[in-house]
Design a protein around this ligand. Sequence first.
Ligand SMILES: C[S@@+](CC[C@H](N)C(=O)[O-])C[C@H]1O[C@@H](n2cnc3c(N)ncnc32)[C@H](O)[C@@H]1O
Length: 321
Amino acid sequence: MMKNYLNQIIQGDCLTLFQNIPDNSVDITFADPPFNLKKKYNSTKDSLALQEYLNWCELWIGEMVRVTKPTGSIFLHNIPKWLTYYSAFLNKIAHFKHWISWDAPTSPMGKSLQPAHYGILFYAKDPAQTKFYEIRYPHKRCRKCNYLHKDYGGKKAGLHPFGPLMSDVWTDIHRIKHNKYRDEHPCQLPIHLLERIILMSTDENDIVLDPFSGTGTTAIAAKRLGRKYIGFELDDEYVRISESKLLQEEADSKIDNIWVSFYLDEITTVRNIDWAQLSQYYDIPEPIEDIDFTEIAPSNGKPNGYAPNRDKILGKLPLFS
Ligand SMILES: C[S@@+](CC[C@H](N)C(=O)[O-])C[C@H]1O[C@@H](n2cnc3c(N)ncnc32)[C@H](O)[C@@H]1O
């Protein structure tokens, strides 16, 4: 049955569909479940009693851990309130790696601090075997003067040309604000958020499973990055939207043979181990301290091995113009 599920968004209840997925068979699981905040989904009631919601969450979280390979990771996205319950449960059946704080302002709740982040729990199935790649994001710069936001003091000679290693606080990815980029779905995630998670925790051809696929964000990210995907989604219409979007996608989010994540025409995430190869496509300021006010620039010369069929992707960067 599992074979029939590969690279598909399957309509149905995730708890039923999980029964067809063998133990230790997918590389990562990512879930962005209903938040029980009375959101208007097409087919789900998003307002269960507290204990009913938590009991249900324990069932699918248990399934996520069961199907994840020993080398794999489990990711759970939600508001901090629910993540505290999820953690208490996950600590019994998997191994805590990180609570990623994704800086993304939400609506004021009244009589409380303004919620300004979502959490992404990152658990390992077996910490001795977990696949993990360090990732980098571009340096943050002042829009007007182009100087680096962060003052590295006397340490600028040690700056990485592309940007810093990613910490567990993610401030550079924004929620989808404009309706023209959204589907008819109340809480669609940005594709490059999922691409970052996938680049950090999987290899090409690995399997990524999302039990609450929505309009297919995780599947699209996986497909763009040359990974396989399995999505479960209760709602017919969201499945239809996902399938039609997936038809437009190709496994082409790369420069040469290096998988990277783009947002519009910017690379937003690279793997640290890939930089040596990727750097040949850039002119890097010398001395390196000049990174403080000069961005790395796409190289004018065409790199060795340049092939015309890469134009589509390379066209996303202002390379070789
Ligand atoms: C928070 S949304 C996920 C959004 C998704 N990350 C995206 O970017 O499009 C949760 C989704 O879970 C679906 N859902 C709710 N209960 C489900 C269940 N029992 N099995 C499968 N999907 C379910 C809802 O229809 C909704 O689309």
